[in-house]
Design a protein around this ligand. Structure first.
Ligand code: LLP
Length: 433
């Protein structure tokens, strides 16, 4: 099994309480407060090794961690340490990478509407590749690179026309997508690059077909389309494009009913199609499958409610602001009670968030040891797209994040304070007292 197929971090153990990375989660909750994001370093490094091992036979493979899943300075350090490059999509991500000491030549700048100032920052900081998404961007990037007397190294983002079976909001490769050039527009953009955009250096093509993907066939189809298109372009335009970015998307196991393929199976599917194209450099940019399983969120249980003849609710001290995925995508999660063993008397309960919306339900009907106020709940697989999509809804402070390893914990993101929340507010003079 590769680690994206686990629900829990690899170091999870039930001792007196639940522990991860050798740290008692009850103690962590006490020391750092809740809600608390916990990242297990062994699981994170383990999945990096899984990826490297799976693709070891590919001579020219470039792994780029998709920062959008979780971008904090310590996480960047670990990924950089593991030899990964990065897929970044904003000035904020690029700046975090730069400040964390990441190798900027291994950074790929993605996005469908990069601003002039973001492009300038990326060029100034030596970002290695731009994935150019559309005609407007090609012209803008060429102009800014010209003004700086630089050449921007680019891939072209294409829409390969693949519908994979995932939530429609996280599908990206279908024909009618907001991302990338349609294949029918390739000749036009390449002619522009050859004839007019002298400050763009084209290396290859990029596609990303979606996220939380379980079907390897989607990848095989994608790779086949990309290889075919690269060959066609090279022939027609006398070019030597030799880079292919196949995007991210490998799924993870949130619940027992999820069955994502392993990193090895993904690598096999890719290798089968590209074995004939040995001279191609392949980029892969996974986000969720790298970071999700290493992360859990701890919550404290507060009020409960038994609806007469209805459901039992237990409310926790977080919810849709620290994990918007259940309310946005009907995402499902698995949880355990940190301080109660599995053989404790069980009940069916719905875990409600603390935010002011009926839709703020973290887990619908899960069987757990009977909950009471003060219990600590551990929700698994929250490493990806939780903190990175967190908000301050209801003016609630964003949680802290700790990294655990070898029975040691370190804070990697401080909990926001009430003063942080008002620190960007301004009262105009005429309203001041
Ligand atoms: N590359 C590109 C161009 C992408 O757009 C994405 C994700 C990735 C790589 C990484 O995909 P991953 O390996 O993480 O599946 N917020 C949603 C997921 C949105 C994914 C957006 N793009 C969620 O919480 O499910």
């Amino acid at each position: 099994m590769s680690l994206n197929q686990y629900i829990r971090p690899v170091t999870t153990e039930r001792k007196e309480n639940l522990t991860i990375g050798g740290c008692d989660l009850m103690e962590l909750a006490k020391e750092y407060g809740t809600p608390l994001y916990v990242i297990d370093e062994a699981t994170l490094r383990g999945i990096c090794h899984d990826y490297k091992k799976a693709f070891a036979e590919c001579k020219n493979i470039k792994m780029k961690y998709a920062c959008k899943a979780l971008c904090t300075s310590a996480v960047v350090r670990i990924l950089d340490d593991e030899g990964f490059g990065f897929d970044a999509v904003s000035a904020g991500e690029i700046y975090t990478l730069h400040k964390s000491g990441a190798d900027m030549s291994k950074v790929l700048f993605n996005g469908n509407n990069k601003s002039a100032s973001e492009i300038e920052l990326a060029l100034n900081l030596g970002v290695g590749r731009f994935s150019v998404d559309n005609f407007y961007e090609a012209e803008l990037l060429n102009k800014i690179a010209f003004e700086k007397n630089l050449k921007a190294d680019i891939l072209l983002r294409v829409t390969p026309g693949i519908e994979c079976h995932t939530h429609e909001y996280i599908q990206t490769g279908q024909i009618d997508s907001k991302f990338g050039f349609d294949l029918s527009q390739m000749d036009e953009i390449i002619t522009l690059i050859q004839k007019q955009y002298k400050n763009l250096d084209l290396h290859g093509l990029h596609a990303h077909i979606g996220s939380q993907i379980f079907e390897l066939q989607s990848y095989s189809d994608e790779v086949e389309i990309l290889v075919k298109e690269i060959n066609r372009i090279n022939k027609k335009f006398g070019l030597k494009l030799d880079e292919m970015n196949i995007g991210g998307g490998l799924g993870v196991r949130y619940t027992n009913s999820d069955n994502p393929p392993s990193t090895e199976e993904l690598a096999e599917a890719v290798k089968k199609v590209v074995s004939s194209a040995d001279d191609l450099t392949i980029y892969i940019e996974p986000g969720r499958s790298i970071i999700s399983t290493s992360g859990v969120t701890l919550y404290t249980v507060g009020s409960s409610k038994q609806v007469p003849n209805g459901r039992k609710y237990a409310a926790v001290d977080g919810g849709m602001a620290d994990n918007p995925r259940p309310s946005m995508y009907q995402a499902e999660y698995t949880a355990e009670v940190v301080n109660k063993p599995d053989d404790f008397k069980k009940e069916k309960v719905t875990i409600a968030g603390r935010f002011c919306e009926s839709g703020d339900i973290l887990i619908n009907e899960i069987e757990l040891p009977e909950l009471e106020a003060g219990d600590i709940l551990c929700v698994y697989n929250t490493g990806a797209y939780n903190y990175s999509m967190a908000s301050n809804y209801n003016r609630v402070e964003k949680p802290a994040m700790v990294l655990v390893n070898n029975s040691h914990s370190d804070i990697i993101v401080y909990r926001e304070t009430l003063d942080n929340l008002i620190s960007h507010d301004n009262i105009p003079d005429r309203l001041r007292r």
